[in-house]
Design a protein around this ligand. Structure first.
Ligand SMILES: Cc1cc2nc3c(=O)[nH]c(=O)nc-3n(C[C@H](O)[C@H](O)[C@H](O)COP(=O)(O)O)c2cc1C
Length: 350
């Protein structure tokens, strides 16, 4: 199935920059769209609730001004993330704001609901739902989501445990609609790998946290640059569901990252706009295993430029490396042909 036009625009590189609690603001999203990748932010970042409409207006206006000044540039669309968890008491108001402003792409997390999907479809918006396994993926599509985000092992924030190969493969067995893949993607070669595995777009968070326009404090950005996959700790202590966090921030909060107690899902609380969750996320810094590929804290435009250069180089080098194999594969007999030839010669020998 081909991608809906809103996702298939001429992106600089096939990436949706994922929403990040607290740290994705309108300036980051506008910079992402203007660099030619789809930008996103969680609705709960805009506080009070009335700020959500203002943020959306700010992004739309900034993108329009950029497009006018740069008529040849492709300005990518943006997405708003709604946390569809029962503890989110802002959901109804945020959904109403999203519908009023006709947000083109909505990312739903932590729950799939038909009524939410219908509201977004009412004005022509599309819904991408994030999932950590094939069971949730089926449920999301049954409830009316248009596309899926496979959150594989190693992703920043709330992450799954499944290999991207397993997750994408199982979903692609029955779903040919829009599929994004997330988890530790911070290099153009990995974006190509996501596509080769069966995804349409890569979904990238942590690499954008370190960008100049992100709202993460400087120490957090630097810790991302200085960390590698070995510095990522998977724990459910901070929000009640498992996520990936920077070892250094857990140590700075006075805890032993290697001996964290267990929590449980009842600890999840997005009430009153995520106030209790935000306390945990302010001190304990989320990041995925792809931090080893993040080496600077420059502007979004530089990061997207690097990803594009790497992506193109990866396409070229893979094309070269596989050219000989392609010829061999085309010429080599299939197993069936070999068996048939064997039985013919056996017959001829008799
Ligand atoms: C600090 C942080 C906050 C996040 N907050 C949210 C959120 O509010 N909503 C959401 O759907 N995903 C959230 N995520 C997950 C990302 O959207 C995405 O799945 C993840 O960052 C992709 O993996 P990567 O960081 O390895 O690129 C967050 C991730 C990080 C690192």
């Amino acid at each position: 199935m081909s991608l809906p036009p809103i996702l298939s625009g001429p992106l600089t590189v096939p990436v949706l920059a994922s929403p990040m609690f607290i740290y994705s603001g309108p300036e980051l999203v506008a910079a992402q769209c203007q660099a030619g990748v789809i930008g996103a932010f969680p609705s709960l970042n805009a506080r009070p609730q009335s700020a959500l409409g203002e943020w959306i207006d700010q992004i739309v206006q900034s993108n329009a001004a950029f497009a006018e000044a740069n008529p040849d540039a492709y300005v990518a669309p943006f997405a708003v993330n709604l946390i569809v968890h029962k503890s989110n008491d802002r959901l109804a108001e945020d959904l109403a704001t999203v519908v009023e402003h006709q947000v083109p792409i909505v990312i739903t997390s932590l729950g799939a609901r038909e009524d939410v999907n219908e509201a977004i479809h009412s004005y022509g918006g599309i819904v991408l739902h994030d999932v950590i396994n094939n069971r949730f993926a089926r449920k999301a599509i049954e409830k009316g989501a248009d596309g899926l985000i496979a959150v594989a092992a190693g992703a920043g924030g709330h992450a799954g445990t499944q290999s991207p190969f397993a997750l994408v493969r199982e979903i692609r067995e029955w779903f040919d609609g829009p599929l994004l893949l997330s988890g530790a993607i911070s290099h153009g070669q990995s974006i190509l790998a996501a596509r080769a595995a069966g995804a349409d777009l890569a979904y990238i968070g942590s690499a954008f946290l370190a960008a100049e326009e992100s709202r993460a404090p400087q120490d957090y950005k630097q810790m991302i640059v200085d960390s590698t996959a070995a510095d990522i700790i998977y724990s459910n202590l901070f929000t009640g569901i498992h996520g990936n966090y920077l070892r250094g921030s857990i140590e700075a909060a006075g805890m032993d990252p290697d001996n964290l107690p267990e929590s449980d899902p009842t600890a999840m609380d997005f009430g009153s706009g995520g106030d209790s969750a935000s306390k945990a996320w302010k001190d304990i810094w989320g990041a995925g295993q792809g931090v080893g590929g993040v080496t600077s804290t420059g502007p979004v435009a530089d990061l997207v430029d690097r990803l594009r250069t790497e992506y193109r180089a990866a396409i070229d080098s893979l094309a070269q490396a596989t050219a000989a194999e392609t010829a061999n594969i085309a010429e080599a007999p299939t197993a069936g042909e070999t068996a048939a030839a064997g039985s013919t010669s056996a017959t001829a020998g008799n």
